[in-house]
Design a binder for this molecule. Structure first.
Ligand code: ADP
Ligand code: MG
Length: 494
């Protein structure tokens, strides 16, 4: 089969014009094989399995999707994968078109009513190539002249996270306005440097920081924008250290005009990364380059980050994103549904908005399941269906327990303050409470030992490991202690 696929369907190849159904099916099956390896089984079943290949001609593959919603969803979330897959299977000029079923009733000829939709070409947001000075290394080959390298820096921006798709509400008004001012170069916005955006998980920090980057590229195409998660920055830095490329790493980051660092709280306890980021921050800030930083907490409450870094975070503007109110939640849902081609009555939208209150990611997730369910099972969307899905959703999304929350619960239980718990005191009760907090942080969150230590009193990872062992031993040997643990665990899971 591989043979047929290679080269047989390049443009202008006469055999293209009359493709037999067998070949079409084979081609589509090869695409599905690739897709299967790259998406979760549930998404595969929901979005890809129901697709029917319709025709292939001149490298244009037409696929039939069961609804406008599926079309939108594929274009929004899987366009990259689809594009790569068909290029690999059909050839470099392969294009995708959709035939979207708009009515389930079939016409006289037994076919459903469909409309044709183009596949997006996917406007890529790109940076211009920049030059990177390469360090002259002592061990460099004498025939290689150290010089400059043209670099193409991918800004790592996702066009769906635009301002157009970001709904404004009281919860995000200040951060949004500040971000927009920076992105459009409004007078006075240079004072917002860095722009520090903070707030809980799933409230829109990543979306907003990306929107700022996208808008800057729109208004100032020559600026080199880079979005990077703190986690990725840290692993890149570790690699650079291991390979002796520390200076190249610094040089690279110093080229950026607008640097967006997402989830900076992940630098907690990582001193090397903080040091290098400090250097990069200073250089960029001094050269008038914009920094946008997001975090789950405001600078004053951040644990495990060096003071000198925190004080710089406060130089510009810190703005929070809060939980959206009911009205904003409804607006967000309506915006997401708008293009789906599916109508949802207000009662259903309001039902979802009033039951999923804490974060926008869940709100969106429930709505996607609802639309997918209705499309696949051809079920009408009723309030009952909405209830079933919201219920399942609420049950399935376990509340994320934070280390702050663990410390608070443990302190309340032992009647002490969080400051005491985090202090350096060696008083027995406090040491024990601290160990218990570390134990729960280890067992109930995915946080690393280093980060747990830095958030609970600035201890190192060995101390956390020792605490967990001590608590485990006591659970096995001390009945009274086991009662404490069980009771605290119950409170944490409330
Ligand atoms: P965070 O980075 O704070 O955890 P995200 O930016 O990933 O949150 O947002 C979670 C989801 O909610 C994303 O799909 C995002 O598009 C959506 N979202 C967040 N805020 C808004 C908003 N104001 N309007 C529309 N969608 C939003
Ligand atoms: Mg995020």
């Amino acid at each position: 089969m591989q043979k047929i696929l290679q080269g047989a369907y390049t443009p202008n190849n006469k055999t293209n014009k009359q493709m037999s159904n067998k070949n079409l099916t084979e081609i589509w099956n090869s695409c599905l094989d690739i897709i299967k390896d790259n998406v979760q089984a549930s998404s595969y079943k929901t979005f890809f399995a129901p697709i029917k290949p319709i025709s292939i001609k001149d490298s244009i593959l037409i696929i039939q999707v069961p609804s406008a919603f599926v079309y939108e969803y594929l274009e929004e979330h899987y366009i990259d994968l689809l594009r790569k897959t068909i290029r690999k299977t059909i050839g470099p000029n392969a294009k995708l078109e959709y035939s979207v079923v708009i009515e389930n009733d079939t016409l006289n000829d037994g076919n459903p009513v469909t409309v044709k939709m183009p596949g997006k070409e996917g406007v890529k947001i790109e940076n211009k190539p920049v030059t990177l000075p390469i360090e002259e290394k002592k061990d460099i080959n004498p025939f290689v002249i150290p010089g400059i390298k043209k670099l193409h820096i991918d800004p790592q921006l996702n066009e769906n996270y635009s301002f157009d798709n970001f709904i404004e509400g009281d919860c995000n008004r200040l951060s949004r306005a500040a971000g927009y001012a920076i992105a459009t170069g409004q007078e006075g916005s240079s004072a917002f440097n860095p722009l520090f955006i903070y707030g809980g998980s799933g409230l829109g920090k990543t979306h907003l920081s990306q929107a700022i980057g996208i808008e800057i590229k729109k208004n100032f195409p020559d600026k080199t924008v880079l979005y990077v998660t703190a986690h990725k920055f840290q692993t890149q830095y570790t690699d650079a250290e291991l390979n002796g490329n520390r200076n190249d790493f610094i040089n690279f980051y110093q080229l950026i005009d607008v640097l967006i660092i997402d989830d900076v709280h992940e630098f907690a306890g990582k001193e090397g990364t903080q040091n290098i980021f400090f250097q990069i921050f200073n250089h960029l800030h001094q050269s008038g380059k914009q920094l946008i930083i997001t975090s789950d907490k405001p600078p004053v409450e951040m644990q495990g980050l060096e003071q000198r870094l925190l004080s710089r975070f406060k130089w510009g503007l810190s703005a929070d994103i809060q939980i959206p109110d009911f009205e904003t939640r409804v607006k967000i849902l309506k915006h997401k549904i708008y293009n789906s081609g599916i109508e949802l009555n207000d009662e259903i939208i309001e039902y979802i908005a009033s039951h999923l209150t804490n974060n926008i990611r869940d709100l969106e997730g429930a709505m996607v399941s609802l639309l997918a369910q209705s499309t696949l099972n051809r079920k009408e969307i009723t309030i009952d269906l909405a209830k079933q899905i919201v219920d399942k959703f609420v049950k399935n999304t376990k509340r994320e327990i934070s280390i702050d929350y663990i410390q608070k619960v443990v302190c309340d239980y032992f009647d002490m303050t969080v400051e005491q718990l985090r202090s350096t005191t060696r008083k027995r009760e406090i040491v024990q409470a601290r160990q218990i907090a570390m134990y729960f942080a280890k067992t109930m969150t995915k946080t690393s030992l280093t980060s747990i230590g830095s958030q609970i009193g600035g201890k190192d990872h060995a101390t956390v490991l020792h605490s967990c062992k001590t608590v485990n031993n006591l659970i096995d040997t001390d009945k009274r202690f086991k009662v404490y643990i069980d009771e605290i665990e119950k409170k944490l899971k409330l």
